[in-house]
Design a protein around this ligand. Structure first.
Ligand SMILES: [Zn+2]
Length: 143
């Protein structure tokens, strides 16, 4: 697909994608364009190729490592606080506290990764974020 053709496709989707809240779509794990279709493949953190409802192309969606960084910092803080409460205040045995903390980290991270990944991609579409391009609209044709 040429860059010009790609711009037209993105332009057609632009109006629709603006009407969907990127935060709501991210929290619910929905398509950033229609807010209806699933964003992830079933039971995984992999993003679908395209939306099943509106056919929106999700194959170019790339949140990179952005979501992981948020989740590491947030879950690390939560796990430490829960650890202090379980061991320090409630005086639970260490094995029980570690088991509870491990479960919180495991399920909390997976849930949070889905939310952050979907939200980051939805925000990219919402704000038309893409690689920088040189502006050739002033009549300087590159030849
Ligand atoms: Zn969709």
């Amino acid at each position: 697909m040429t860059a010009e053709k790609q711009d037209k496709v993105l332009g057609a989707d632009r109006e629709q994608s603006r009407s969907v809240s990127p935060y709501k779509a991210g929290l619910m794990g929905r398509c950033p364009s229609c807010g209806e279709g699933a964003f992830f493949k079933k039971m995984s953190l992999d993003i679908r190729e395209e939306c099943e409802v509106c056919g929106f192309d999700l194959s170019k969606a790339d949140p990179g490592d952005g979501a992981q960084v948020f989740v590491i910092f947030i879950m690390g803080t939560i796990a430490a606080l829960v650890g202090f409460i379980l061991i320090g205040a409630l005086k639970l045995p260490s094995w029980l506290a570690v088991t509870i903390i491990f479960a919180i980290i495991l399920f909390g991270s997976i849930w949070m990764l889905r939310v952050f990944k979907a939200t980051l991609v939805a925000l990219q579409f919402h704000h038309d974020a893409s690689e920088g391009k040189l502006d050739n609209t002033e009549g300087h044709d590159a030849e």
